[in-house]
Write a protein that binds this ligand. Structure first.
Ligand code: SF4
Ligand code: SF4
Length: 280
């Protein structure tokens, strides 16, 4: 069996279809993510990863740095010449998007909050599952975001040292939007993931637009959707104001939905780019 993009698409879609973890089991049992994943591949030595050191910050890991760290820790011989990055988009259930769009102008809906908590667990479990599946073929893979000793988020600027969205951009899956969300053919309302594989695969970098905001129409709909006024044409997305608002949702979610998580995503629903790439 060849390991290629279709192999990843099939594996992830089967997981999303059949695994009980991808169900809103405390609600109506429907899918958290639609089994309609989008997968892209970046060369692990793509120049964009060096550029990310300038764009995001020196702390952002190149695939080579992350994989070298992993190899040292596990006594694996390190060689970076065949590294690829697999990036994927998990589309949020349409009913969840509609509910979050209609529920409130301030706080997330119940389905959205459950998706934030249990969907992120699914996202992590998909990475673990694929790494184990690849092992059966003798192929090493490593998910930096799953290693607590390596992965971190700089909370003064709200940036992590392994950005799934930037990996999606590197892998030609879409572009950023005014609100910092990632606009792609499945829509901005999604969760995404990425990991490193020690296998040379054809890259999708040719699909990458030269403008990182290529697919954003600047329609401004996300500006009016944001209850915290964290989005503007001048300053784009203010991560600090956004984080304060998102953090303030914890007591509301606990009291009303009985789960311990934060959430918002109001700028991802009911806007032109929620379900796909908007028309310019
Ligand atoms: S809602 Fe409009 S302005 Fe905001 S990210 Fe989407 S396309 Fe861009
Ligand atoms: S997540 Fe919420 S607070 Fe943050 S930018 Fe979007 S709408 Fe505003």
């Amino acid at each position: 069996m060849d390991i290629n993009k279709d192999w990843f698409i099939n594996k992830i879609n089967l997981f999303l279809k059949n695994d009980a973890r991808n169900k809103l089991s405390k609600l109506d049992g429907s899918y958290i993510f639609e089994p309609n994943v989008l997968v892209g591949i970046a060369d692990g030595n793509d120049i964009i990863y060096t550029n990310y050191k300038e764009i995001i910050g020196d702390f952002h890991l190149t695939p080579s740095e992350a994989y070298e760290w992993h190899c040292k820790k596990n006594n694996i011989e390190f060689n970076n010449k065949n590294l690829s990055v697999i990036a994927y988009i998990l589309p949020i259930n349409q009913d969840t998007k509609i509910e979050n769009s209609n529920y409130s102008e301030k706080m997330p809906s119940e389905r959205w909050a459950h998706t934030r908590l249990f969907g992120e667990q699914v996202n992590r479990d998909i990475q673990k599952f694929l790494i184990e599946e690849l092992k059966k073929f003798g192929i090493y893979a490593f998910a930096p975001a799953l290693d607590e000793k390596l992965f971190n988020v700089n909370r003064s600027i709200w940036a992590s040292n392994w950005s799934h969205r930037h990996n999606c951009f590197a892998a030609g899956l879409g572009s950023f939007g005014l609100s910092d969300g990632f606009i792609n053919p499945r829509g901005k309302a999604m969760r995404c993931g990425s990991f490193i594989i020690d296998l040379k695969l054809p890259t999708d970098s040719l699909n990458r637009p030269s403008d990182p905001y290529e697919f954003c129409t600047n329609c401004g709909e996300c500006i009016s959707r944001c209850p915290a006024k964290a989005i503007s044409f001048g300053k784009r997305h203010d991560k600090i104001i956004c984080a304060q608002h998102v953090g303030s949702s914890v007591p509301f979610i606990k009291k009303n939905y009985g789960i311990d998580i934060y959430g918002c995503g109001l700028c991802q629903v009911g806007v032109a780019c929620s379900n796909g790439i908007p028309n310019k």
